[in-house]
Design a protein around this ligand. Structure first.
Ligand code: GUN
Length: 291
């Protein structure tokens, strides 16, 4: 391996440390305790793991964690009533509705009900529009974490060729907006992109966010490029024993690490940064609410 390893776990610990210091000062000087409410609908095991981890880390940085677990059969009206109650609660500064929601619930409608000032996911259409026009907004956590690691690595991103693979509303599109905001030349590639390997080979920065295990091989990567792997895929790992699973990203780590200048691992790369940025966004929302 020749690439430098970008340690998201250590970076996230530093971010959480800074958030915790700021929270302690808010509490001491102003008597304000930031509060983050997480709403989980149904029993999706992966979502339950995320929500537990969010709750634990929220408390660790000194914030108050509110958890609302609703039955998978909850009606849209009942869910909206919970959101209205959280919007009106002055102890709640950030609200996150864990996605995906069960099929009978309209995600756009539910997210659209969250007070944009408390939308720590940055998914509300007002925040999407503010980000797209370069105004102060809440920024989606995963792309924000990627941007922080890239800025840390490069200093300035100005003039870099960036290729984002994946066009989701949660990662691909906001990632592209953030890179554009830092004066990169940005391409969003996706499943219909013609000659994807050639497009990726142009990039100084590759952000892979497609949800397809080990899809990007090393020979797509320009020597020295920085590779940010957003994918978290569980695949069979027969080498570990029958029925065993392992986590892999959207890039083929071993071949990409031979060519890249720097790369994030999976696990331990982007993943830990997402929750750290959620806590940072909750702190930002608290400060803005008390400006
Ligand atoms: N599900 C997967 N990632 C996310 C995220 O960043 N926010 C929310 N609300 N749900 C998710």
């Amino acid at each position: 391996m020749t690439a430098q390893l970008i340690d998201g776990k250590a970076f996230a610990a530093r971010v959480r440390g800074q958030v915790a210091e700021h929270v302690a000062r808010l509490k001491q000087d102003h008597g304000i305790v930031p509060g983050l409410a997480v709403v989980l609908v149904g029993e999706d095991p992966a979502s339950q793991v995320y929500v537990r981890s969010k709750g634990k880390q929220t408390v660790e940085v000194g914030m108050t964690s509110f958890e609302h677990k609703l039955d998978a059969s909850v009606s849209e009206e009942e869910l909206i009533a919970v959101i209205d109650q959280l919007n009106a609660d002055p102890a709640v500064h950030g609200i996150l509705v864990q996605l995906p929601l069960p099929k009978h619930l309209n995600e756009d409608l539910v997210i659209g009900r969250i007070d944009p000032a408390k939308d720590v996911d940055g998914f509300h259409i007002s925040n999407v529009g503010l980000l797209g026009t370069g105004q102060k907004s809440m920024v989606p956590c995963t792309p924000l974490g990627c941007l922080m690691m890239l800025r840390d690595h490069f200093g300035s991103l100005s003039g870099c060729e960036a290729v984002v693979i994946g066009r989701s509303n949660i990662v691909g599109k906001p990632m592209a907006q953030l890179l554009l905001g830092d004066s990169c030349t940005v391409t969003i590639a996706h499943s219909r992109t013609r000659d994807l390997p050639e497009v990726v080979r142009r990039a100084d920065i590759v952000v892979a966010a497609v949800g397809r295990p080990e899809m990007v091989p090393g020979d797509w990567i320009k020597p020295g490029a920085v590779v940010i792997d957003v994918g978290i895929n569980r695949i069979a790992a027969p080498e570990k024993g029958a029925g065993k699973m392992k986590l892999v990203g959207d890039v083929d780590f071993s071949s990409c690490a031979e060519v890249a200048g720097a790369i994030t691992p999976v696990p331990g790369g982007v993943g830990p940064m997402t929750i750290a940025c959620l806590l940072a966004n909750t702190l930002t929302a608290t400060c803005r609410a008390n400006d």
